[in-house]
Write a protein that binds this ligand. Sequence first.
Ligand SMILES: [Zn+2]
Length: 138
Amino acid sequence: MKNCIKCGAEMQDDVQFCPACGAPQQAQEAPQQPYYAQPQQPYYAPQQPAQVKPFPVFGLIGMIAGIVAVITTWFLFYLGIAFSIVGIIFSAIGMAKRNENRMPGMAIAGLVCSIVAIVLTIVSIILAFAVVGAMMGA
Ligand SMILES: [Zn+2]
């Protein structure tokens, strides 16, 4: 049981409005504001919030390597594999650092391009073996 904050009438704990005077009772309850944790600042973060975040170099290299890999894998699949691996490594580093840098999408794009390149490389190798196998069988 609790008492109305306005008129003092007794009422159930779960009622929203006083049955005697109709006053809303939310104010009496404990405030249910969610606790918002302060975002954890990395210890190496710059103290000036106005400072511009660095350009995502790793993400950019990863994206370029991924795009080059997608193109080269059709001609030289081993070059495609090499560029894909470079792209994945740089993109992964870029992903890890994407909160420190501008344009976090750059690393994601690099990772996607590199993974697409790896898949295309595998498909082209399978196709090459399939073609060779068909020629051998003929
Ligand atoms: Zn009341």
